[in-house]
Design a binder for this molecule. Structure first.
Ligand code: RIB
Ligand code: CA
Length: 312
């Protein structure tokens, strides 16, 4: 059994990622922390509890960072709706967040059983950065970290150069990438091209299964946003792909190990700078904080698996 701590800005694709992850028998969601990003951190916690209710997950939910370390708060209602779930969220949960903060929860769990917990972070990295400050040994205490964020090839979705999760809190991302933990970065190189197409959405729309039905409902708002950009009713699968790679690493068909830094000035804010000079060379590198950057995946196999597991 693999124990996973979610760290999320629970918007539409975070919710689909969480629902998907709950379908893997060998994965247990042990806890969730929430962070500002798509929606405020308290709203994200409400959304996590809604999704956990639907999936019958009883894990604690801790509200985390309400704002980035240095930058101003920026939310994304135009992409995810004012409530973060396309304004069609299921009824509020009767459960409450735990009262502990998300970084403290992370540190407590990691200390309690070194090497046991994996982290899946699909929002800005503020909680992970604060946890690293609270507990500098955190990289030795967690089993692995998988993040959705950044890009290896200088593409962006928030700015021409920056992916949203990294852009929201670039100072936090810098701390997280400088830490020597086993980290896999699932960025826009792979998530932008791993999409739900019209026929996939039709399958979701027809399914009475609770996970598929909720996905179909909340995706309407997400698709409205992407249609404005691409003129097609299709959408990328950012956070679900990161969850898929955590659960099934064989989805990765190409990756490289590289140091990752983050742009902090006005033009480069949130840009991940992936040192690709070793691309195609030996996989192992002696750089102190080399991380695995996913550059190609079996996208169609992933989408099929996602739809099947959601019940579509
Ligand atoms: O850039 C995509 C990421 O930003 C996803 O995690 C999405 O949920 C938003 O947080
Ligand atoms: Ca997210």
């Amino acid at each position: 059994m693999r124990d996973v701590i979610l760290d999320v800005d629970m918007g539409i694709d975070d919710a689909i990622a969480a629902m998907y992850l709950t379908t893997f028998a060998e994965v247990r969601i042990a806890a969730a922390g929430t962070v500002h990003g798509n929606v405020d951190a308290a709203g994200a916690a409400r959304n996590v509890l809604r999704v956990f209710d639907l999936c019958d997950i009883d894990a604690p939910v801790a509200i985390g960072a309400a704002r980035p370390l240095v930058r101003d708060l920026h939310l994304a209602p135009e992409v995810h709706g004012a409530d973060g779930l396309g304004n069609v969220a299921p009824p509020a949960s009767s459960r409450e967040p735990s009262g502990e903060s998300a970084p403290e929860q992370l540190v407590r769990l990691a200390r309690s059983d070194p090497g046991r917990y994996e982290i899946l972070a699909t929002g800005p990295l503020t909680n992970l950065a604060v946890a690293l400050v609270l507990e500098p040994r955190l990289p030795e205490l967690v089993r692995a970290v998988t993040i959705m964020g950044g890009a290896a090839h200088g593409v962006g979705n928030m700015t021409p150069l920056a992916e949203a999760n990294i852009w929201h809190d670039p100072e936090a991302a810098r701390l997280v990438f400088a830490a020597t933990w086993p980290l896999t970065m699932v960025g826009l190189d792979v998530t932008n091209v791993t999409r739900l197409e019209e026929q996939d959405l039709a399958r979701l729309g027809r399914s009475p299964a609770p996970r598929a039905a909720l996905a179909g409902r909340i995706l309407v708002h997400y698709l409205d946003f992407y249609e404005m950009i691409t003129s097609r009713r299709v959408c990328p699968l950012h956070d679900p792909l990161a969850a898929g790679i955590l659960a099934d690493p064989t989805l990765v068909t190409r990756s490289l190990d590289a140091e990752i830094s983050v742009g902090l000035d006005e033009a480069s804010r949130g840009m991940t700078i992936v040192d690709r000079r070793r691309d195609g060379g030996p996989v192992a590198t002696d750089a102190p904080a080399a991380h695995r950057v996913v550059t190609e995946v079996d996208g169609r196999r992933f989408v099929e698996d996602l739809l099947t597991r959601l019940g579509a």
